[in-house]
Write a protein that binds this ligand. Structure first.
Ligand code: ATP
Ligand code: MG
Length: 312
């Protein structure tokens, strides 16, 4: 081989390794600003246009997440606890948050979802779960301080399990050399749904708008009721006792018009023409409560996709 050829090969090797290094960081997710950066406008827009009937939750979430993400030196991790009846948008809003922080949204390696009813099923394995959970969170935050942990079905979680991770949620500077202050923890549950629904119903009966719900009262009732419910993961939890939850976010039961909005959004997402008359017909067929007044949809916007596929 001639010297000219060797030079050429050497040149190709050096330039392609630099390029492939750049390419690598574009293709493989890393804990850096290419992959993790908060899009405040995007979140506001998603909350305004895609989340229906949850003005209070939208307001709280926007405030909480934007303040937290704008602070480069938070004193503690952000802890949100989402409560409300089924199909009202608790998981949906979590997806919107993830999408506007992580380029890969819920698919990001830095977003961790635990479903209590799937991951922590055996009550005799609680001590193992506790240490695994601690190790998992510690390990992941060591890799990336802007990690997100979502605990779904908190009301089905074994009471006591969540206390294992309470130190991570606190105001500590570092635990075993790792800072948890930039982490977001989101707890999701139906706990407190009864008190939220009752309050929304009272407002409706008094002819008041659902946005007039008094946040202070609802927050207090939610935290008291979940703390005192001995079948919930929050039961007598230090999470509540030590005031580590920054925001208790109420999700209100959805009304007929919101179900129509969900159906219209589904049609659009599926590339179909948005037919309001069809949306109204499907929405009318849903189950509403109280039985005679038919104010709130029993399943919120959940399961509409199947109905929608059958009907359109
Ligand atoms: N308020 C809402 N605005 C827009 N879409 C909604 C809303 N609530 C629910 N949806 C739609 O319904 C689907 C199911 O809702 P989601 O999974 O968020 O309910 P949930 O509150 O977590 O219910 P559950 O308590 O049963 O888990 C969502 O993916 C979304 O498409
Ligand atoms: Mg859910």
């Amino acid at each position: 081989m001639k010297a000219r050829h060797i030079y050429l090969l050497l040149y190709l090797f050096v330039t392609t390794s630099v390029d492939s290094f750049n390419l690598f960081s574009y293709v493989y997710e890393r804990c850096d600003s290419n992959w993790i950066s908060f899009n405040a406008k995007g979140l506001q827009n998603d909350l305004d246009t895609r989340l229906f009937g949850q003005e209070i939750a939208a307001l709280l979430i926007m405030k909480a997440v934007s303040r937290f993400m704008a602070n480069d030196n938070p004193k503690k991790p952000l802890v949100l606890s989402l409560h409300g009846p089924s199909g009202t948008g608790k998981n949906f809003v979590t997806e919107l948050i993830a999408k506007n922080i992580y380029k890969k949204g819920m698919e990001s390696d830095f977003v961790n979802l635990f479903v209590a009813s799937n991951h922590f099923t055996h009550s005799n394995k609680m001590e193992t779960y506790k240490s695994q959970l601690k190790q998992w969170i510690h390990g992941n935050v060591t890799q990336c301080e802007r990690s997100m942990f979502i605990f779904d079905n908190m009301d089905k979680m074994h009471p006591g399990l969540i206390d294992a991770i309470v130190p991570f949620l606190n105001y500590y500077n570092k635990i075993d050399g790792v800072s948890f202050r930039k982490v977001i923890f989101i707890f999701i549950s139906n706990a407190g749904a009864q008190i939220i629904t009752q309050t929304a119903l009272e407002l409706w009966k008094n002819g008041q708008d659902r946005t007039e719900i008094k946040l202070k009262d609802v927050e207090k009732y939610i935290s008291e009721s979940v703390f005192n419910n001995n079948s919930s993961g929050f039961w007598h939890s230090r999470l509540i006792e030590e005031n580590l939850v920054d925001y208790f976010v109420p999700f209100l039961p959805l009304e007929y018009e919101h179900v129509v909005q969900c159906l219209m959004a589904l049609m659009k997402a599926n590339g179909l023409p948005q037919k309001r008359n069809v949306a109204r017909r499907i929405a009318r067929d849903q189950i509403y409560f109280p039985k005679f007044e038919r104010v709130f949809s029993l399943k919120g916007c959940k399961g509409l996709h199947n109905r929608f596929c059958d009907d359109v």
